[in-house]
Design a binder for this molecule. Structure first.
Ligand SMILES: [Zn+2]
Length: 349
């Protein structure tokens, strides 16, 4: 029997790339192991080569699975095709560094439409987030369900979100946070079929997570101490959905030594404050199995570049300041993996 395809179908066949061919994995098995093992997978955003190299070097050295996150802003900045090939290159790079079986996810961070999620799935992403958290509940359910139905045809996993995080990061901005309502989670997960759920329990996007008024002051250091995360809300969600993978966004800690280095070398970051690492450590031991970190990497990169510029004003070879920036990011990623998330030594090889 002769099979005839329409011109549209032929175009579609030609552009469809499976992440499996690229050596990437989805989040399903990774999250199941993380929930059982009481650790969390790092989800690091990347926009350029040095960041990606630092993430892969850190993941290989610590034998950690890793999620490479691409935001809509990163796609606009670096070009979607280039980023996708970089992720494919990352798998090969990890092998070259001696990791025989790398577990690398390519994930869309904060997808805001079905079309964007579909475009990423068709290009070889192994996981997508559809963020309908700003929509009315029923619309969030309908949009998320539509993405899940498409994604699951290709064994791509989907993260949904309930509750609103405050803060600003790329295109995502909200004035006020609204904690996730535990009474909604069973209905949302059942109706949509999502594989993981991002919740709001007091984390926040960006390097200015809290105003000084929201914080207390540590009398010993004079540093701002942010309000604690709502672990009671997390526990209530875990009771409703035992073993279900939970995701925390906006979980940078804004290392004060990086902020100090930036400010000592011509920068001006005032009252930047993040989530204390001991709170993230506690979260990682629970059903939280993916923790998103972006701002900390930006700070580590900027601190190293500013320091190089201040110390070597005659330097103009980009490798001489991007190299130290890469080293500093790698150090930060290793610290997060080993000392905060506990995802080290989890690869089979
Ligand atoms: Zn986010």
């Amino acid at each position: 029997m002769q099979v005839r395809f329409s011109k549209f179908e032929i175009q579609n066949l030609q552009i469809m790339i499976s992440y499996k061919e690229l050596g990437l994995v989805n989040t399903r098995a990774m999250f199941a192991k993380a929930v059982d093992g009481g650790y969390a997978i790092p989800a690091f955003n990347f926009n350029n080569m040095e960041q990606l190299q630092a993430i892969i070097m850190a993941a290989v050295e610590t034998k950690s699975p890793v999620i490479l996150q691409v935001s809509k802003g990163a796609r606009n900045y670096a070009n979607q095709t280039l980023l996708r090939y970089m992720a494919q290159g990352a798998v090969e790079y990890a092998k070259e560094l001696g990791c025989a079986h790398p577990e690398i996810v390519l994930h869309l961070d904060h997808g805001d439409s079905f079309e964007l999620c579909k475009s990423c799935i068709d290009m070889g992403f192994s996981s997508v987030m559809i963020d309908g958290s700003a929509l009315p509940y029923d619309e969030n359910v309908a949009l998320t369900k539509k993405v899940v139905e498409y994604a699951h045809q290709y064994d791509v996993t989907v993260e949904g979100e309930l509750g609103v995080l405050a803060g600003v990061e790329d295109e995502v901005a909200a004035e006020e946070s609204h904690y996730t309502k535990p009474e909604e989670v069973i209905d949302f997960v059942t109706k949509t079929g999502v594989d993981s759920l991002a919740i709001s329990i007091g984390t926040s996007h960006g390097a200015y997570k809290f105003t000084p008024e929201q914080c207390t002051v540590d009398p010993q250091t004079g540093r701002l101490v942010p309000p604690p995360l709502a672990f009671d809300v997390l526990e209530a969600i875990e009771k409703k959905l035992p073993g279900f993978p939970i995701v925390l966004h906006g979980s940078s800690s804004v290392p004060q030594e990086e902020v100090d280095t930036i400010n000592a070398n011509g920068g001006c970051l005032k009252a930047a404050v993040g989530i204390p690492e001991e709170q993230l450590r506690k979260a990682a031991k629970s059903a939280v199995c993916k923790i998103n970190i972006d701002s900390d990497s930006r700070l580590a990169m900027t601190a190293a570049i500013r320091k190089t510029f201040a110390e070597k004003p005659a330097e103009f070879d980009p490798r001489k300041y991007l190299g130290p920036a890469r080293d500093n990011m790698k150090k930060l990623y290793i610290h997060k993996i080993v000392n905060v998330l506990g995802s080290n030594d989890k690869l089979i090889n």
